[in-house]
Design a protein around this ligand. Structure first.
Ligand code: GLP
Length: 233
């Protein structure tokens, strides 16, 4: 794991942006993208830049079950708002949380990932160490699957919803094996609330109880953390 410690999230976003500049210059074709508050500043930098994504493919990590792409709380909507409306990609994929066949949707997504192997996967970090929506206990060999969200994740994500009771309780997420299949991984974590998960991810045992700990076994992982997120290292 390469750890880049920065003084604040703005500097972290800038360092992350430079990694993308370099990756695109070297011919990266498929970006694995993430949602949540953490990547927003990075996406702002993409929007303000001259980077051209029009020949690239984007594959997002996850989506809530039961929300249509038009729902302002959906991750489809998030990506449109923060990035895709300003920076068109050749093609973009996000799990279909509104599918009539919620058992088949993960399989369809695995086929998409197989057809478009991810060059650079962006990750945030849940306070409980989740990546994507892979909650503690998710098997390391998991591919895309339907997830029952934990109470702590529902509570953490309630801040994005006007009515906390309307936070979905399920999501479709790329699995741990799907994430690990990316050639390169870039994880961003900022703030005190992430400090315990960061410490366990970097120094703890590799265990399904802390999904991000599997990243210790990936050959090309970069982690950008600010001082607050690094405070328990
Ligand atoms: C959600 C997302 C994750 C994200 C995590 C952290 O649960 N599914 O992909 O990394 O929350 O979110 P935030 O960046 O808002 O702290």
């Amino acid at each position: 794991m390469r750890i880049i410690k920065v003084s604040n999230p703005d500097v972290g976003a800038q360092r992350a942006f430079e990694i993308y500049e370099d990756a695109l210059a070297k011919g990266t074709q498929v970006l694995g993208l993430a949602t949540g508050a953490t990547p927003i500043k990075l996406y702002e930098k993409f929007v303000d830049s001259s980077l051209d994504f029009s020949d690239l493919t984007a594959i997002n990590l996850d989506e809530y079950v039961g929300l249509t792409p038009q729902d302002p709380q959906s991750y489809h909507y998030f990506m449109q708002q923060h990035l895709f409306q300003y920076k068109p990609f050749k093609q973009t994929f996000i799990p279909d949380g509104a599918s009539d066949d919620i058992e088949q949707a993960p399989k369809a997504y695995d086929d998409i990932i197989a057809q478009h192997p991810i060059d650079l996967q962006l990750l945030g970090l849940g306070q409980n160490g989740h990546i994507g929506f892979n909650e503690p206990g998710t098997p390391f060999n998991s591919t895309t699957h339907v997830v029952n969200l934990t109470e702590s994740t529902i509570a953490a994500n309630a801040r994005f919803f006007d009515n906390p009771a309307s936070v979905p309780t399920q999501a479709i997420s790329m699995g741990i094996a799907s994430v690990m299949s990316a050639k390169k991984i870039l994880l961003l974590a900022f703030g005190e609330a992430k400090a315990a998960a960061v410490a366990a991810m970097v120094n703890g045992p590799v265990t399904e109880a802390l999904p991000a700990s599997i990243l210790q076994e990936h050959a090309d992982v970069t982690i950008i953390i600010d001082d607050a997120a690094a405070s328990k290292l």
